[in-house]
Design a protein around this ligand. Structure first.
Ligand code: ZN
Length: 296
C-alpha cells in the first residue's frame, strides 16, 4: 500500500513571483481559493520580501486580508529575514516559511550573508513563529546546485540541516532552486540528511528547468518524502536565479502520484479545469501538460 502525500501549492508565491505582469490581488485570491477547492490543504500565499526587489509580492498583506480563514487550510507566508517575519506576524498567516541557503554564492549575492548565517537567521524565524503561536518551517535553497558556485557539497547541506533541526521546525525542505538535480542525486542527498532530522519531516521542492523535476519528485517519494511542493500550471522561476524556470506542475505531479495509487486527496477532473482556467488568467500557455492531454 502507498502512503498519503501532501502536496503544498506554491503557485501564488513561487509561481507568480517571477511573472513580469503584476497579477491583481483579486486574481491571487481566486487562485488560492481554486487550489483549496481542489483539495489543497497547505498553500504558500505570499512572501514578505522587499517590494522593490520582488514587485509581484508587494500586495502580500492585501492578499492575506482577503483570504477566507474559516476554511480548513494552512496559509504560508514566505519570509527571508526578521523584518519580513515581523511583517508576516502582523497578518493572520498560519505558518512562516523561512529560507536557508546551501551555497555561499547565492546567500551572499541575494542576502549579503554566508550560507551558515542564512541558516541561523532561518532558525531564528522559526523561533519567532513558534513564540507567536504560529508554525515555522524552512526550505534549504540551492540544496543541489547554485547558479554562482556550481554543484552544492552534500556535506554542507548536512551542516545546514543540523543548525535548522535544532530549532524544531515543522519540516525541512530540500529545494532544487535552479532545476539541476537528477533522481540519483535526490535519493543520495535525502539518505545523507535523514539521520540528522530526528522526527522532523522532510519536504522536497523541485524546479523543472531541465525536465527532471517530476522524476526527482518520484525519487524523493521513493526515498520516503511525503510532502512535495508544486505549482499549478508549472508557473514559476526565481528572480534571483538566472535561467531557473517553473516549479514542477501540480497537475502533472498529481497525475503521476494518483495513477501510482498514492492518495493525494485532490479532485483530478477539477485539477484539469483549474489548469486551463489559470492559463486564461495568465494569458498564455503554461508548462503543465495534464490540462491539455486530459485525464486517462
Ligand atoms: Zn522554488
Amino acid at each position: 500500500m502507498h502512503e498519503n502525500v501532501e502536496i503544498i501549492e506554491v503557485s501564488p508565491r513561487d509561481g507568480l513571483q517571477n511573472e513580469p505582469e503584476i497579477i491583481s490581488t483579486a486574481n491571487k485570491i481566486a487562485l488560492i481559493n481554486s487550489a483549496l477547492d481542489l483539495g489543497i490543504k497547505r498553500i504558500e500565499v505570499a512572501s514578505f520580501v522587499n517590494p522593490k526587489r520582488v514587485p509581484q509580492m508587494a500586495n502580500a498583506e492585501d492578499v492575506i486580508s482577503g483570504l477566507d480563514f474559516a476554511r480548513a487550510a494552512t496559509y504560508i507566508g514566505l519570509v527571508l529575514n526578521g523584518r519580513g517575519a515581523e511583517r508576516a506576524l502582523q497578518t493572520k498567516v498560519h505558518e512562516l516559511g523561512a529560507v536557508a541557503c546551501a551555497s555561499d554564492g547565492f546567500a551572499m549575492r541575494n542576502q549579503g550573508q554566508t550560507s551558515i548565517e542564512s541558516a541561523h537567521i532561518a532558525a531564528n524565524i522559526v523561533k519567532m513563529a513558534q513564540s507567536a503561536g504560529r508554525t515555522g518551517q524552512v526550505t534549504i535553497s540551492t540544496a543541489f546546485g547554485c547558479p554562482f558556485d556550481g554543484p552544492t557539497d552534500p556535506a554542507h547541506v548536512v551542516e545546514i540541516v543540523k543548525i535548522l533541526a535544532a530549532a524544531k521546525p515543522r519540516e525541512i525542505a530540500l529545494a532544487d532552486t535552479i532545476g539541476v538535480a537528477v533522481p540519483a542525486q535526490v535519493s543520495a542527498l535525502i539518505e545523507m540528511v535523514k539521520p540528522h532530522l530526528g522526527d522532523i519531516p522532510l519536504r522536497a521542492h523541485f524546479h523543472n528547468t531541465r525536465n527532471t523535476g517530476i522524476a526527482n519528485a518520484w525519487a524523493a517519494y521513493s526515498s520516503g518524502v511525503r510532502i512535495l511542493d508544486s505549482s499549478l500550471g508549472g508557473l514559476g522561476g526565481c528572480p534571483f536565479a538566472p535561467k531557473a524556470t517553473g516549479n514542477i506542475p501540480t497537475e502533472d505531479l498529481a497525475y503521476m502520484l494518483f495513477k501510482s495509487g498514492v492518495d493525494i486527496g485532490l479532485d483530478m477532473e477539477k485539477l484539469v479545469e483549474t489548469g486551463l482556467w489559470l492559463e486564461g488568467i495568465m494569458g498564455k500557455k503554461l508548462p503543465a501538460m495534464l490540462p491539455h492531454a486530459g485525464m486517462y
